[in-house]
Design a protein. Structure first.
Length: 281
C-alpha cells in the first residue's frame, strides 16, 4: 500500500457487480480517501453473471488491490478467495475482497455490520427484544442474519418466495439464536418491530403479497436497497402507515467504511459522507 501522502500511482479498487452504473461507491470511497489522506482510485466493473471468476482474477492480477462485490456475485466471490473472515465464512457470501501482500485473496462480508451500525448508531433503532422480519434469502440477506442474531433480538424470521431456500438459510444460523423461516404466504399476521427488505422488489418495482397486519403502528421498515425517490417497498410500507421508513443509504456507507478499513488500515468517519448524500436520497 502507498503510505498517506504518497504521490505515486494511486492504488486501484472498485465495485464488481451487474448492474453497477447506479452505484455511489466511487463517490463514497473518494470522500473516504480524501479525509484519510489515502491515495486510491475507485472504479466500477460491470461483470455479467457467469463471468465473475475470470474477470475478477484478471483485475486482481493486473493492479487492482481490492474489490467490493454486489449482486449477483456475492456467493461466487466466497468460492473465489483463498481465505474467509469469520463473518464471511458464516454467511458464505463475500462483499469485500482484499489482495494481500503474499498475493492471496481475503474475503470479508461487511453488509451485516453496515446494517446494524446504521440501524443502531445512525437511526437510533433498538434491536433489544425486537421481532424482525427479513424478506429474501439471497446473498444480501446471508450477510445480515449473523450480525442481527448477535444482538439481543427476540426473533428473526426469514421469509422468501421459495420457502425451502428460507428454511435452508435459517438452519445455517440456528446455532446463533432465535431464527425461523417461512414462505411469503406463511408469514404470521402479527406486527413486527422491524421489517427489512432484502428482496429484489426495489429493482423490479413489484412487492410480493404480504399480510397488511405485519406492519403495526410501531413498525420500522428498512429497505436494503437505495436510490433516489421511493421504492416499491417504501411505498408499500408508507401505505400501511409504518412508524418509520428508511432506505439503505446508511448501510451502503457503513459497509463501505468497514471495507475501506480492511483495505487501508484506517476507519473513516461516515457522518460527513452521510450528510453529503442527504440531497441525493
Amino acid at each position: 500500500m502507498n503510505p498517506p501522502g504518497d504521490h505515486g500511482a494511486p492504488d486501484q479498487y472498485g465495485l464488481a457487480g451487474h448492474p453497477v452504473d447506479h452505484s455511489w461507491s466511487p463517490f463514497i470511497h473518494g470522500m473516504f480517501a480524501k479525509a484519510t489522506g489515502e491515495n486510491i482510485v475507485y472504479r466500477l466493473f460491470d461483470i455479467p453473471p457467469g463471468e465473475f471468476r475470470g474477470q475478477a482474477l484478471r483485475l486482481l492480477t493486473s493492479g487492482v488491490r481490492g474489490l467490493n462485490v454486489t449482486v449477483p456475485h456475492k456467493q461466487v466471490a466466497a468460492e473465489l478467495v483463498n481465505e474467509l473472515t469469520a463473518r464471511a465464512a458464516r454467511s458464505q457470501a463475500v462483499n469485500t475482497i482484499a489482495l494481500r501482500d503474499d498475493a492471496t485473496l481475503l474475503g470479508d462480508n461487511t453488509d451485516g455490520i453496515g446494517l446494524v451500525t446504521d440501524l443502531e448508531r445512525n437511526l437510533g433503532v433498538s434491536l433489544a427484544n425486537c421481532r424482525i422480519l427479513v424478506l429474501g434469502a439471497g446473498g444480501a440477506v446471508r450477510g445480515i442474519i449473523g450480525p442481527l442474531l448477535e444482538r439481543p433480538v427476540r426473533s428473526v424470521v426469514v421469509a422468501n418466495r421459495t420457502s425451502s431456500r428460507a428454511r435452508a438459510l435459517a438452519a445455517e444460523f440456528r446455532d446463533l439464536g432465535p431464527v425461523e423461516a417461512c414462505g411469503l404466504e406463511e408469514i404470521t399476521d402479527q406486527p413486527f418491530g422491524l421489517i427489512i427488505n432484502g428482496t429484489s422488489a426495489s429493482l423490479s418495482g413489484e412487492m410480493p403479497e404480504l399480510p397488511a397486519s405485519v406492519v403495526g403502528h410501531r413498525t420500522f421498515c428498512y429497505d436494503m436497497a437505495y436510490g433516489r425517490g421511493e421504492t416499491a417497498f417504501t411505498r408499500w410500507a408508507k401505505a400501511r402507515r409504518a412508524a418509520r421508513v428508511e432506505k439503505g443509504w446508511g448501510m451502503l456507507v457503513e459497509q463501505a467504511a468497514a471495507a475501506f478499513a480492511l483495505w487501508r488500515g484506517k476507519t473513516p468517519e461516515t457522518r460527513p459522507v452521510l450528510e453529503a448524500l442527504v440531497h441525493f436520497r
